[in-house]
Design a protein around this ligand. Sequence first.
Ligand SMILES: [Zn+2]
Length: 160
Amino acid sequence: MVAVPEPITADQTSPFLVQADVVVDARHNFPERLLLNRLCVQLGVPMVEAAMNGAEGQVSVVRPGQTACLACRCGDGDPEWEPLEFPVLGAVAGRVGCLAAIEAIKVVTGWGKPLDDRLLTLDLEHMIFQTLPITRDPACPVCAGSYPTPATGTAQSRPN
Ligand SMILES: [Zn+2]
């Protein structure tokens, strides 16, 4: 396992990604999360997407060419997005991190049933856990070209 505590950039992050069996996204801002999503889809690297805010958390798995990606669920970014300060409760971050680690183990080993096309949501204030379906966006600007075409069954070219 390699932790990369650096800002996500295409030039500096891609060399780590091409060597990875799975990537765990734990970035705290949408521009970097969406960039990492784009890079993982382009390079065909599975990604566990983990996020939290206050007492709430979310975990999902992105498998390029197989499942919905982060942009299918959240769009590909708002250029006007400004970093926000948000509350972080260490115990919540720890819970979300442990769940992301379990998903990474599943992706690497084939064990269990990963959160493919599903979003696990946690509300730890009220102890409500839900697993919601995620639908791939066939017009997604990030991953739409990475899926097999129904007519040929072969992958289309990946988006730039
Ligand atoms: Zn997508």
